[in-house]
Design a protein around this ligand. Structure first.
Ligand SMILES: [Zn+2]
Length: 276
């Protein structure tokens, strides 16, 4: 793609965004990003309109646009599993954002009052137990505290891929930490189903890709156990297929959608004389 063909840019960001000002208000895992004027900075760099949105929402848009079978589910949620845990929500076929466009923070919903401290300041968030970083941290801390594990022979820092690999080989510590993480995700997703009543849940992101059916099985078990019967009976849960550049496609869709809305607003304001 040549730069001459680009006339607006979309950026997906995992932090808490002030959409009105185009500023990163805060980012739990990177405190230095608080107050960074993302839109202004990138508009100066690119010299064109820049649109910023939540990265989980961008991935959800891309996953839905590249999975035609999902379109028969107007109410659907897409769960991002990786360094952060997020959610893109479709209600009546439209991407839902919320009053400050901050909807979908499933990773920072509390599921265990006595759980580990989350980087957002709360205790027992889904993300504090089930993000890839949290899984690796729990394994590393247990090894440091003296628990035996085949992972203890590896050079630090260990990776999420190594944790999954050693769990498959039967390492008890890796299996215990992963089981808790999958359970935390399952509880969080079941809570979201109770509130939103979607007919489709798609597990996206690095952890879903690596864990596949192991994660799917735990999520489905939690949904059946926790949700009201009519909601759990009709909801389908699947793992997203690996797709190249899915985040980039999502950011392009965010920009295209926002640009289309901007053009419509400008035309309306031109014909009615009101400001939009
Ligand atoms: Zn949190």
């Amino acid at each position: 793609l040549s730069w001459q063909k680009v006339d607006h840019v979309g950026i997906g960001h995992p932090g808490d965004l002030d959409h009105e000002r185009g500023v990163c208000a805060s980012w739990a895992i990177a405190p230095g990003w608080s107050g960074v004027p993302l839109r202004k900075h990138f508009e100066e760099v690119f010299r064109m309109h820049v649109y910023i949105d939540d990265i989980s929402r961008a991935v959800a848009l891309a996953e839905r646009h590249t999975s035609l079978q999902d379109w028969s589910h107007p109410d659907a949620i897409y769960i991002q599993t990786g360094t952060g845990i997020g959610m893109g929500t479709f209600i009546d076929g439209r991407l839902y954002r919320g009053s400050t466009r901050g909807g979908g923070e499933i990773g920072h919903t509390v599921i265990d009052l006595a759980g580990p401290l989350c980087k957002c300041g709360n205790r027992g968030c889904v993300e504090a137990i089930a993000s890839t970083g949290s899984i690796v941290r729990q394994v590393s801390e247990s090894i440091e505290a003296g628990q035996s594990s085949s992972l203890s022979t590896l050079a630090a820092p260990i990776t999420i891929e190594q944790v999954l690999e050693h769990a498959h080989r039967g390492d008890q510590l890796a299996r215990t930490v992963l089981a808790r993480a999958y359970d935390a995700l399952g509880i969080g997703i079941a809570n979201a189903i109770q509130i939103l009543n979607p007919s489709l849940v798609v597990l996206c992101g690095r952890l879903a890709r690596l864990a596949g059916d192991d994660l799917l099985e735990v999520v489905v078990r939690n949904v059946k156990r926790q949700c009201v019967a009519t909601a759990s009976r009709q909801v389908a849960v699947r793992v997203a297929k690996p797709k190249k550049d899915i985040s980039t496609v999502g950011c392009a869709l965010i920009a295209a959608e926002a640009q289309a809305q901007r053009v419509v607003r400008m035309r309306l304001s031109g014909t009615t004389g009101t400001t939009a």
